[in-house]
Design a protein around this ligand. Structure first.
Ligand SMILES: O=C(O)CCC(=O)C(=O)O
Length: 352
């Protein structure tokens, strides 16, 4: 079976055929990219007859163990030529709350693994509604860390992150300590994440952060290339983040972008200078993680990642959980972190 960072196997398979002369580029989607994926609950692949023979394997590789239904829905318009037809792939809800051996291997090797959609769409919608209520201030939690997006009216170019609500607006950039909210806590305690953390950490699990990352409609702040964890100063180092796309992510709305295998290339941390970007994160190494609404990715903390701004008129909301051992404390301040598994224990002193 083909392994997968992004749609590379499909692309490689197409490239091989182009090189060997069995397929001419003109036979593929005339817009240049051989395969177009429309992100949403349904993915549409524009795929050619030659690729069809390979595609069950490729798709199987692409979506790991997730079941899928592929239906040939007929020939597309003439502009795609007769050889190109449209296939609809529906990503079903993940059935298995345990990670497979292959998924663990992929995580270790590539630095991330796609886990599929973990919650039904209606429940993801409830999380979206809840985070909107928190931003608007109709639901409030004392001590919850919040930062406005500079695009919020009156926010100014630099906004600070501190433990207070900063006005009713959907233009927040980050919100932390979401484990305080029962709906988000329930999600953090999802059986799949219980399985992952039991294997990686043990029975008693905390969160260094459970954070909302927002790129409000028509804006947001670009996030430069970086690894996580360098300044966390944790007594027990941890290395996994569970990242959930609350809205579908695309290149247009500033999807998470990663450099596969970069977690092995240490230390790199923040990559700001042009020369460093060319060295560590050149365009050809980048994987734009276009995701379905509700799709979950497990990331190694040292995986180099970034994201751009949202150029669409809809928000790009995401939820990122950095799980740690429940006994971890900060080696500088001595502060402890909230425990979330097997049950929730908040910390007395709130972080700012
Ligand atoms: O959602 C984003 O744009 C960035 C997320 C991120 O940096 C993280 O989860 O560590």
């Amino acid at each position: 079976m083909l392994t997968w960072p992004n749609y590379i196997p499909i692309r490689q398979s197409i490239s091989a055929k182009i090189k060997s002369g069995r397929l001419s580029r003109s036979k593929i989607d005339t817009r240049g990219d051989p395969i177009e994926i429309k992100v949403g609950q349904q993915k549409q692949l524009f795929i050619d007859d030659y690729v069809e023979a390979d595609y069950p394997d490729a798709i199987d590789g692409a979506f790991g163990n997730h079941s899928y239904q592929a239906n040939r829905t007929g020939l597309t318009a003439n502009s795609y030529r007769q050889e190109v037809f449209m296939t609809t792939i529906r990503i079903n809800l993940r059935q298995n709350n345990k990670m497979t051996k292959t998924e663990w291997q992929e995580l270790e090797e590539i630095g991330y693994v796609r886990l599929g959609v973990v919650l039904p769409e209606a429940q993801i919608d409830r999380l979206c509604q809840r985070i909107d209520e928190i931003m608007l201030g109709t639901i409030r939690y004392e001590g919850m860390g919040m930062q406005l997006c500079p695009s919020a009216p009156g926010a100014g170019p630099t906004t600070s992150f501190s433990a207070e609500h900063k006005g009713s607006s959907l233009k927040y950039r980050k919100i932390q300590e979401l484990e305080m909210d029962p709906l988000f806590l329930k999600y953090i305690q999802h059986p799949l994440f219980r399985d992952i953390t039991r294997k990686k950490i043990g029975e008693k699990v905390g969160v260094f952060r459970s954070m909302f990352f927002n790129k409000p409609a028509g804006g947001g702040v670009p996030l430069g290339w970086h690894q996580d964890g360098r300044n966390w100063n944790l007594s027990i180092p941890e290395e996994i983040t569970v990242y959930t796309a609350l809205d579908a992510q695309t290149r247009e709305n500033g999807c998470l972008t990663v450099i596969p295998y970069s977690h092995k290339e240490c230390p790199i941390h923040t990559v700001r200078k042009e020369g460093e970007i060319q060295k560590y994160a050149p365009e050809e190494k980048r994987v734009y993680m276009e995701m379905n609404k509700g799709e979950v990715i497990l990331l190694k903390i040292k995986l180099l990642h970034s994201s751009l701004v949202n150029t669409t008129d809809r928000p790009r909301r995401a939820f990122s959980i950095a799980f740690i051992d429940g006994d971890t404390y900060c080696t500088i301040s001595g502060e402890r972190y909230p425990q979330v598994l097997p049950e929730y224990h908040p910390v007395e002193k709130q972080r700012s």
